[in-house]
Design a protein around this ligand. Structure first.
Ligand SMILES: [Cu+2]
Length: 114
């Protein structure tokens, strides 16, 4: 009986992994890392279908605006440190992004989706 229950658990976990690809985790980006007006990292590569979690750090407000992709952007300004949101990139390509208040200071980056 114990083995049967263990087998059920294994099947449950396996099915969660198989049928929830939209939660595929790829990477974290910090906004305003260590007191600088930067995204950290500012360049990264993920696979199509993977997600990036962007977390607010120092020197807010920040936002995350992807060039030519309003559906991937989070243009509402984040004022509170630790606030985060997750963006899933389903299509391959190079996605340039910036923080609108700080783009002039170089707060920009690019995500390569392979
Ligand atoms: Cu900013």
């Amino acid at each position: 009986m114990k083995t049967f229950i263990q087998t059920l658990w294994v099947m449950l976990i396996a099915s969660l992994v198989l049928f929830m690809p939209q939660f595929a985790y790829a990477a974290d980006i910090q906004m305003g890392s260590e007191g600088n007006l930067v995204f950290s990292p500012s360049e990264l590569t993920i696979a199509a279908g993977e997600s990036v979690t962007i977390t607010n750090g120092d020197l807010p407000p920040h936002n995350f605006v992807v060039a030519d992709h309003p559906e991937l952007s989070h243009s509402d300004l984040s004022f509170v440190g630790g606030e985060s949101f997750t963006v899933t990139f389903d299509e391959p390509g190079d996605y340039e992004f910036q923080c609108e208040p700080h783009a002039g200071a170089g707060m920009k980056g690019v995500i390569h989706v392979s």
